[in-house]
Design a protein around this ligand. Structure first.
Ligand SMILES: Nc1ncnc2c1ncn2[C@@H]1O[C@H](COP(=O)(O)OP(=O)(O)OP(=O)(O)O)[C@@H](O)[C@H]1O
Length: 257
C-alpha cells in the first residue's frame, strides 16, 4: 500500500504559552512494498510521524493518505510494533501471537495454526507454550513481530523495535526482518536512531532533524539484501549519512601520535 504524507505539521501545547513543534510541514511518499527508515536524533518527531501514519495521533494540519484514502483512525491494515514489546504476561507466547486473530473471531483451531506458522517464521516454535517472562529481550521482540505479522498487515510500522537489544541480537533480528519482508512484502516504516540499522534495512533512509522536526534529506540505498555492513558501497552510504548529520566518520579522522 502506498503512503502519502502531505505537509504534516504537529504541535503540542505544553503549558499555557509553550508550544512544541514536533513536525513542521513534513511531506513524504512511500511506495507500495517499500522499506523506509526514519532516522534522526531524539526529539526530531520520528515517533510522532509514525503515530500519525498509524492513526494514533492527529496532525495539527496536513494529512496522511493511504492508497488515496485519508487516515482518520487506526486500522488493522496497519500493524505497529513498539520498543517495549507490550506482550500480555498472562498469555503464553502462542496466545500472545493469536491475540489479534481472537479479536477478529477467527476460529480457535485456525488461529492457533496460523500463530504457530508465524512463530516458526521468527524461529520460536519451540517456545510456543512458555510465558513472556521466560524469554530473553530478543525473543520477546520476535513474539511482538510475529503478533503484528500474523494479521498480515499491508503496512508494518516499527518504532525502534530493536532499541533495547544487545548489538548481536539486534543484528540477528535485522537479518530476520529482512528475510520476513522478502517473503511477506509489506510496506514498512521503521523508526531508528541507529545509522547502520537504517542503511542495513531501508530502501530509503529519511533523515530527520529536530527543532522543529523536519525531513532534512532522503538517501536511496540501492544495495542488494541481505546487506553486508563491511562492503565498500555500504560504507560510502554511511559516509553520506554521517555528512548529512554533520558528523565526522572514522575514516576521515587524522591521528597524530
Ligand atoms: N504527547 C506529547 N505531548 C507533548 N509533547 C510531545 C508529545 N509527544 C511528543 N512530544 C514532543 O514532540 C517532540 C518529538 O517527539 P517524538 O517522540 O516524536 O521524537 P522522536 O524523534 O521519536 O524521539 P525519540 O528518538 O527520543 O523517541 C519532542 O520534543 C517531544 O517532547
Amino acid at each position: 500500500m502506498a503512503i502519502l504524507v502531505h505537509d504534516v505539521r504537529k504541535s503540542f501545547h505544553l503549558q499555557k504559552d509553550r508550544e512544541i513543534i514536533a513536525l513542521n510541514d513534513v511531506s513524504l511518499g512511500v511506495e507500495d512494498q517499500e522499506f523506509v527508515c526514519l532516522l534522526g536524533p531524539s526529539g526530531c518527531g520520528k515517533s510522532t510521524l509514525l503515530k500519525i501514519i498509524a492513526g494514533l495521533e492527529q496532525a495539527s494540519s496536513g494529512w496522511v493518505e493511504i492508497d488515496g484514502q485519508k487516515i482518520t483512525a487506526p486500522s488493522s491494515d496497519r500493524a505497529i510494533v513498539f520498543q517495549d514489546y507490550a506482550l500480555f504476561p498472562w498469555r503464553t507466547v502462542v496466545e500472545n501471537v493469536q491475540f489479534g486473530l481472537d479479536l477478529r473471531k477467527v476460529p480457535a483451531k485456525e488461529a492457533r495454526k496460523k500463530a504457530l506458522e508465524y512463530l516458526s517464521l521468527v524461529n520460536l516454535c519451540n517456545f510456543a507454550n512458555v510465558y513472556p517472562h521466560q524469554l530473553s529481550g530478543g525473543m520477546k521482540q520476535r513474539v511482538a513481530i510475529a503478533r503484528a505479522l500474523v494479521l498480515e498487515p499491508k503496512i508494518l510500522l516499527l518504532d525502534e523495535p530493536f532499541g533495547a537489544l544487545d548489538a548481536f541480537t539486534r543484528m540477528q533480528l535485522q537479518f530476520e526482518l529482512t528475510s520476513i519482508c522478502k517473503k511477506n512484502s509489506p510496506t514498512v516504516i521503521f523508526v531508528t536512531h541507529d545509522i547502520d540499522e537504517a542503511i542495513y534495512l531501508g530502501d530509503r533512509v529519511v533523515i530527520m532533524t529536530p527543532n522543529p522536526g523536519k525531513v532534512n534529506a532522503i538517501v536511496n540505498v540501492q544495495l542488494p539484501k541481505p546487506r553486508n555492513r563491511t562492503d565498500y558501497d555500504f560504507n560510502k552510504i554511511r559516509d553520506r549519512v554521517f555528512r548529512e548529520f554533520s558528523l565526522v566518520t572514522e575514516t576521515s579522522l587524522e591521528y597524530v601520535i
